[in-house]
Design a protein around this ligand. Structure first.
Ligand code: ZN
Length: 566
């Protein structure tokens, strides 16, 4: 099930209904505290055991477990598999085991955690206790692997649609990625929370600094930072509003912030699963959100290089190349992005109307002649040069390198001067993505012909390509008011909403929990719109359950009635 669709309920409700404590295995130590705080707000008896607890607090939690005073206990996998923890569980009454982020067990996956492999001991040691494994990101192959490794052979499989209809997918041709990013943030997401993914730590630092210099409240996050600033930045992003986190994929799994309005990629991820999981952190509250990526030949070269140069086994490299190719297919498609994305997860769908290719269908053209010229340029220059030089040759651009290699004497010199540089870049990128040319990393990124290029050069195979677009026109959505992702509040409603938010901020500070753990933006906006006069009316609003009504009802009705909340 995708992020934000209620996956947790699938083990939370059974944990409450069944006798004993539900044991939730989760690798997301940083988030356990917030998850437990959110459950406590709802009146659920929840606790966690992980390395952030001191010995006294851990012992208190263990006692509560043995005394049957817990509905749910969150445990990190490396802790669960210690003999101390297993002996503790032996003495407790257990309702179930829930293995969250179960794709971490997949050795081919992007989030592999070796300690997950040991979770197979659960069914050996506790054959009578029900087990459920959950993930938001798994292609059919990963699903099979989860079942095999966690010993879930006889289990029923529930797969819901992977679609996240509120996320708009956009992939733009990379020209000046940073400037493109800034324009995207300023045009569409000024003052809103978002995540920007980069491949390297250095690029993360530089991009965050640059965005700050342009007036965007940006923070950096990567594994090279010291633990204190890293967790400090994560906590600020989680708790404050309107921050942009620039990060490597180390910032990731299990960010539980519902109001992330965009996820931007300045570099290409490794696979469709990675892309889907990272972009899935946007819009968990169901309000409209953007997944935006700038993509160019340089990304393709970089990712292929990382695979080729790695020490991994040949089999692993083959799988990696296949995964990258699937993602390239998504980047290069002229059809609906969502159809392509869902198809990868084995789900059929129809064009969505909420992605860049649906909103502004790209023009495709018969690129056979352009492809032949480009491939000839590779061949005539001895398959020893990269795209930048080849484009100079095709466009007949004189320069010292051209003169030195006497490339101005070649028949291909200047045969493509009628086509601009951006368009040629698009041609070379697509040639590599389609497998007609390949990048030789041992020759400094020189392009070489592949066997597949022969029929094109001979003229027996047609090639169709996307026309390069320098600027994808932004199709504006109705403007949202301030930081609230819900439209159509009147000015008076907005004033009330601001008061409700100020009250929530005080609550969140007093209780040291993120604001959304108290109440979601959507719930506050609904209160501002409907103005419930009493507790009964307030209870009707989505997001106000019995526990929240008891805890906050009087204060909220007071604020709506014009009395100051406490
Ligand atoms: Zn679409």
């Amino acid at each position: 099930m995708p992020t934000g669709s209620g996956k947790s309920l699938c083990y939370q409700i059974p944990s409450l209904v069944r006798q004993g404590t539900g044991i939730v295995v989760s690798p997301l130590i940083a988030l356990m505290q917030d998850q437990v705080a959110a459950l406590t707000q709802l009146g659920v008896r929840a606790a966690f055991l992980n390395s952030t607890l001191d010995a006294d607090a851990a012992r208190a939690t263990e006692r509560a477990l043995l005394a049957g005073e817990l509905d749910m206990l969150y445990v990190a996998p490396e802790r669960l598999t210690t003999s101390r923890c297993l002996e503790l569980l032996d003495r407790a009454q257990l309702a179930l085991f829930a293995i969250d982020e179960a794709h971490c067990v997949s050795q081919w996956g992007h989030d592999f955690r070796p300690e997950y492999l040991q979770l197979s001991l659960l069914h050996e040691r506790y054959p009578q206790i029900p087990r459920i494994a959950l993930t938001a990101t798994a292609d059919p192959q990963t699903r099979t692997e989860i079942i095999a490794r966690l010993g879930l052979g006889g289990a029923r499989v529930f797969t819901s649609s992977f679609d996240r209809p509120n996320i708009r997918y956009t992939i733009v041709d990379k020209t000046d990625a940073r400037a493109q990013l800034l324009r995207f943030i300023e045009d569409e997401h000024r003052g809103e929370a978002g995540i920007v993914y980069c491949l390297s730590r250095r690029k993360v630092d530089e991009t965050a600094e640059w965005l700050q210099s342009k007036g965007v409240s940006a923070l950096a996050y990567h594994a090279g930072m010291d633990t204190r600033s890293r967790t400090g930045h994560q906590a600020r992003f989680q708790r404050e509003e309107g921050l942009v986190m620039v990060a490597t994929i180390a910032f990731g799994m299990g960010i539980d912030k519902p109001d992330v309005r965009f996820v931007a990629h300045l570099d290409l991820p490794k696979s469709v699963e990675g892309y889907y999981q990272e972009t899935g952190r946007a819009g968990r509250d169901g309000a409209s959100a953007d997944a935006w990526m700038a993509y160019g030949l340089v990304d393709l070269v970089q990712q292929r290089r990382m695979i080729d140069m790695s020490d991994a086994s040949d089999e692993y490299k083959r799988v990696s190349v296949a995964k990258l190719d699937a993602l390239l297919g998504l980047c290069e498609t002229a059809g609906c992005r969502r159809v392509r994305l869902l198809d990868y997860f084995g789900e059929a769908s129809t064009p969505c109307g909420n992605c860049d290719t649906c909103l502004a269908p790209p023009e495709t053209y018969d690129a056979t002649s352009a492809a032949q010229k480009a491939l000839s340029a590779i061949y005539r220059t001895g398959q020893r040069f990269g795209a930048v030089h080849l484009i100079d040759v095709l466009r007949g651009k004189a320069g010292p390198r051209i003169t030195r290699w006497e490339h101005d004497k070649l028949s291909v010199f200047g045969i493509g001067e009628d086509v601009d540089e951006t368009a040629w870049r698009g041609v070379f990128r697509q040639l590599v993505a389609m497998g007609f040319a390949r990048v030789d990393h041992e020759a400094h990124g020189a392009l070489r012909l592949t066997d597949a290029s022969r029929p094109v050069l001979k003229g027996t195979q047609q090639v169709s390509m996307r026309r390069a677009v320098t600027r994808v026109r932004s199709t504006r959505r109705p403007l949202r008011s301030g930081s609230v992702p819900v439209a159509d509040l009147s000015a008076a409603d907005n004033t009330l909403l601001e008061r409700l938010k100020a009250w929530r901020l005080t609550q969140s500070r007093t209780q040291s929990v993120p604001a959304f753990v108290i109440l979601h933006d959507k719930t506050l906006a609904e209160i501002a719109r409907q103005r419930p006069p009493d507790l009964t009316a307030l209870h009707e609003i989505a997001g106000i359950g019995a526990a929240k009504l008891e805890r906050y009802g009087a204060a909220l009705v007071g604020i709506v009635g014009g009395r100051v909340g406490d």
